[in-house]
Design a protein around this ligand. Structure first.
Ligand SMILES: Cc1cc2nc3c(=O)[nH]c(=O)nc-3n(C[C@H](O)[C@H](O)[C@H](O)COP(=O)(O)OP(=O)(O)OC[C@H]3O[C@@H](n4cnc5c(N)ncnc54)[C@H](O)[C@@H]3O)c2cc1C
Length: 415
C-alpha cells in the first residue's frame, strides 16, 4: 500500500498523478476464511481492522451487500461524543472518542476528526437535572465534560437564540473534545487498512443464508456463492434482525428510519455542534459550509432509506426557533438510514446461541461515534471467543436478565 505524504504528492505530480493505486483491492471470494464479517459499515470494517491489528487474524472477509459505507455509516451526521450516563457506555464511547483522536495517523488517511466541541442544550428543569447528573457521572468516569451556563452557551455559539420563544436555554452539557469526523473517510480508512493487511472486502455480496451444524456456523450463502468460515460476525445495523433470522435466532432490536438533511453552503458561522433535544433538532456546519441537520426517527418500524416530510418540518421548525438566522436557508438534500434500536438505547456486542457466531448491533441513532471502540471490543470477543471488559455488559441476554443499560437520556433522541 502506498503511503500518503507530502513527498508522495510531489512524486506523483511528476507523472500527472497517474501512479496512485487503488485504496483497497477488489477481491473475489475464496472458498473459506477464518472469520467472515457480514456488513462493511464502520463497525464491520473496524472489527476486521482490529482483528488484524490487535490479534493478528488476517484471513478475514468482509461481506457487503451494497457498497462499503453505504449504510448508516455514510448517512449519518457524524457527531462524536462520549458524555453518556452509565459506566459501561462511558467506557466504550470514551475509548472510541480517544481512538478517533489519532485515527488519521494510525491509518495514514485523513478522517478529518474535528474536536470542535459538542453542547447538549438544557431547555427544561428536568433536562438541567439530567445533564448535571451526567456531568457528575462523567467526572467519576474520567470523561471530560461540564455543565455550562446560558451566557457561556451564547459565547460559544453566538448565533444561538438563548431566550427561545418556547424554551429558553437554561444551560448545556458541554464536551470540549467531542466533535465531528468525515464519515466516508472513516469507512474508507478502515477499508484501506484492512485491504493492506490482506483481507478481502467483497462488495455486492449479499448474505442470503447462514449454514450451521450442531450449533456451529460453518459458512454463509451469498449472492456470489457459498463461503465457509470458522467464525462469523454479524454487523449489519438495521438488517440485524434479518441476518439473525437466517442464523436461527431472534434479536431484541427494531429497525426504523432516521433522517437528516443539509442546507446550501454558507460562510462559517458556527464552530461547535449543538443539540437541542427538547425542541428536537441538532446542527453543525460541515467543512464545505453546509448546515448539517438531524431529525428524529420514524414512529413505526420500516426499512425505507429516505426521509419523511413531516419530520423535516418538525426539525426545521425546532432549529429556526433555536437559530433564527437560518430561516432563509435553502435545504439541499435529505436522506434516511435504517437504524437498529434496542429497548434501553444501548448497543449489543454479544455471543449468540451459535457457538462461533457473534453479533454487534443496536447502535441506533448514535453509533458513528462508537465505530473505533466498538470494532476494538468486537474484535477482542471474536478473537478470544469471550467478550472483554469493554463489551461484557452489552450482551443481548441482558434483556432477559433485566440488566438494562438505560441511556434514554443520552441516546433516546440525541446522536
Ligand atoms: C440520519 C442519521 C444520522 C445519524 N447521526 C449520527 C451521529 O451524528 N452520530 C453518531 O454517532 N451516529 C449517528 N447515526 C448512527 C450511525 O450512523 C450508525 O449507528 C452507524 O453508522 C452504524 O454503523 P454500522 O457499521 O453498524 O452499520 P451500517 O453502516 O449500516 O453498515 C451495515 C452494513 O451491512 C450491510 N448489510 C446489511 N445486510 C446485509 C447482508 N444480508 N449481507 C451483506 N451485507 C449486509 C449494509 O448494506 C450496510 O452497509 C446516524 C444515523 C442516521 C441514519
Amino acid at each position: 500500500m502506498k503511503r500518503y505524504s507530502a513527498f508522495a504528492i510531489a512524486r506523483e505530480a511528476l507523472t500527472n498523478h497517474l501512479g496512485w493505486g487503488r485504496a483497497w483491492q477488489a477481491a473475489t471470494p475464496k472458498a473459506s476464511y477464518d472469520v467472515i464479517i457480514v456488513g462493511a459499515g464502520g463497525h464491520g470494517l473496524a472489527t476486521a481492522y482490529y482483528l488484524g491489528k490487535n490479534h493478528g487474524i488476517t484471513n478475514v472477509a468482509i461481506l457487503e451487500k451494497g457498497w462499503l459505507g453505504g449504510g448508516n455509516t455514510g448517512r449519518n451526521t457524524t457527531i462524536i461524543r462520549s458524555n453518556y450516563l452509565q459506566d459501561p457506555s462511558a467506557a466504550i464511547y470514551e475509548k472510541s472518542r480517544s481512538l478517533y483522536e489519532t485515527l488519521s495517523q494510525d491509518f495514514n488517511y485523513n478522517v478529518m476528526f474535528s474536536p470542535r466541541g459538542v453542547m447538549m442544550l438544557a431547555q427544561t428543569h428536568h433536562e438541567v437535572r439530567g445533564y448535571q447528573r451526567t456531568a457528575h457521572a462523567n467526572a467519576l468516569q474520567n470523561v471530560s465534560t461540564e455543565f455550562i451556563t446560558p451566557a457561556r452557551v451564547k459565547e460559544l455559539c453566538p448565533i444561538l437564540n438563548i431566550d427561545g420563544p418556547r424554551y429558553p436555554v437554561l444551560g448545556a452539557l458541554w464536551q470540549a473534545r467531542g466533535g465531528t469526523g468525515r464519515h466516508d473517510a472513516v469507512a474508507w480508512g478502515y477499508a484501506r487498512a484492512c485491504s493492506a493487511m490482506g483481507m478481502d472486502i467483497l462488495q455486492q455480496c449479499e448474505v442470503t443464508g447462514v449454514r450451521s451444524e450442531g450449533g456451529h456456523v460453518t459458512g454463509v450463502e451469498t449472492s456470489k456463492g457459498p463461503i465457509a468460515c470458522k467464525k462469523m460476525g454479524i454487523v449489519v445495523a438495521g438488517h440485524s434482525g434479518q441476518v439473525a433470522d437466517m442464523a436461527g435466532f431472534r434479536l431484541p432490536v427494531e429497525a426504523v428510519a432516521l433522517q437528516a438533511l443539509v442546507s446550501e453552503p454558507i460562510k462559517p458561522c458556527m464552530d461547535v455542534v449543538v443539540m437541542a433535544n427538547t425542541v428536537h433538532g441538532y446542527m453543525s456546519q460541515s467543512d464545505k459550509g453546509e448546515m448539517v441537520i438531524g431529525g428524529g426517527t420514524d414512529g413505526y418500524n420500516n426499512y425505507t432509506q429516505r426521509g419523511s416530510f413531516h419530520h423535516i418540518e418538525e426539525t426545521v421548525r425546532a432549529l429556526i426557533e433555536t437559530f433564527p438566522m437560518i430561516s432563509r436557508l435553502k435545504m439541499l438534500r435529505q436522506w434516511g438510514g435504517i437504524v437498529d434500536i434496542t429497548g434501553d438505547r444501548s448497543p449489543i456486542i454479544s455471543k449468540t446461541p451459535l457457538e462461533n457466531c457473534y453479533v454487534n448491533c443496536g447502535w441506533g441513532t448514535g453509533g458513528f461515534k462508537a465505530i473505533p471502540g466498538s470494532g476494538w471490543a468486537t474484535a477482542q470477543m471474536v478473537a478470544r471467543g469471550e467478550p472483554g471488559p469493554l463489551a461484557e455488559e452489552f450482551s443481548m441476554y441482558r434483556f432477559r436478565e433485566g440488566k438494562f443499560i438505560d441511556e434514554s437520556v443520552a441516546a433516546g433522541v440525541a446522536h
